[in-house]
Write a protein of this length. Sequence first.
Length: 490
Amino acid sequence: MSMLFKINRYDNCAVALCELKKGSVIDGIELLDDIPFGHKVALTDIIQGEQVIKYGNPIGAASCDIPVGSHIHSHNLKTLLSEGKEYSFLGADMVYSPEKSDITFMGFERENGDVGIRNDLWIIPTVGCVNNLCRRLEAAADKLICGSITSVKALTHPYGCSQMGDDCENTQKALAALANHSNAGAVLIVSLGCENNNLSEFKPFLKDINDNRIKFLVAQDEEDEFEAGIDLIKQLIAYASAFERKPINVSRLKIGLKCGGSDAFSGITANPLCGTFVDRLTSVGGCAVLTEVPEMFGAEHLLMKRSADRAVFDKTVNLVNSYKDYFISHNQTVYENPSPGNKAGGITTLEEKSLGCIQKGGSAVVTDVLGYAEGCKTNGLSLLYGPGNDIVSTTNLAAAGVHIILFTTGRGTPLGAPVPTVKIATNSQLANKKQGWIDFNAGVLLEGADFKSVTDKLFDYVLSVASGEKTKNETLGNYELAIFKNGVTM
């Protein structure tokens, strides 16, 4: 196998599959520089101003002449992105017609018709002031769980008070969406009592409340708030423990897509692997949710081409432009370069990262566009408004109702969401080094494995997770919560 990987036949650069030394001759090309693992090499002479092509699309322009065999990175490649761009609907609706399937997983059917893959007890504070109380209740409840209850999680956060306007509403929408999540068989909502997000303000966001499934504790109203909380938890355990797993059709499965700590192989192995998974899941009526809007910049036109109709196209344009406006309103450029870890891994420009990121959506039809913390309503691929930050975006995906998150990484992270978070390594070095973090190794695709067989394995693994197999983040007890903050704190 060559040590240089050319992704698309139109590319004028390739990715180094190992560290390469200056003076080496690879595939007839003499290297003019040392090339770090995962970084780009010029396959042709590229003159100043000419586009550098990767994934068959431009990832920027040469800021100086780049001779064949040169290292391409921040010193000679600049972004082509800008704040403003107009988009045109091509006028051709995409047809989404999933097939029926008899594939099932073992999940939990709820009284309202929703299905979950876990039967957790979630303890949700309305305000950060009661975080420690929630943690104490979690520790005590963990010793009380029985029957089919899978775990107890205190979803603590620092928000819920001194927030104003849309900022406070973001918190309320996210917490309400989590409280309604079908992976939670029962929920205890804990309030201090005097916060902005007190129960009278928060309850309307919950809409239809099942009094058996959701209980409320106001700490200031109780002489002993801990004992009162335990009494409520016992009632919730009695309710939730009666649920049992049963076969659920795969069309009911909702999967979130996320990448974090990307490297140059993210768009070659793990992200396209998620894409083939998404194509298979949506082909049988499942739901996939793609977020991280800033990591669509430079590749958004490819998603727009797959809009189910004009209405979805218009919503996608608004999704992208409204997020650009968010950047501009805070005096930030919309084409900020990737993180230091991304750069170290070989990613130079935002459009390069974006072209790799959207691979997670495969070729699925875009059937809907969701607002922040808005629940997934349609089968097919939905785009979700929100940032790329790992904890914020995984929380956002959980609030959108996904059962599992497929989280691709080339750098590694132990991060987990309130829902099972499958870490997919982009390379075998990471998978072997961080076996306590990584659930699935997509690096085998660089070593001769074919996409179909690896997709088969990933699909089977996801079904096993949906049926109860624990992910590494669950085994470690890693689940974090961060709400998208956008406003003034008093």
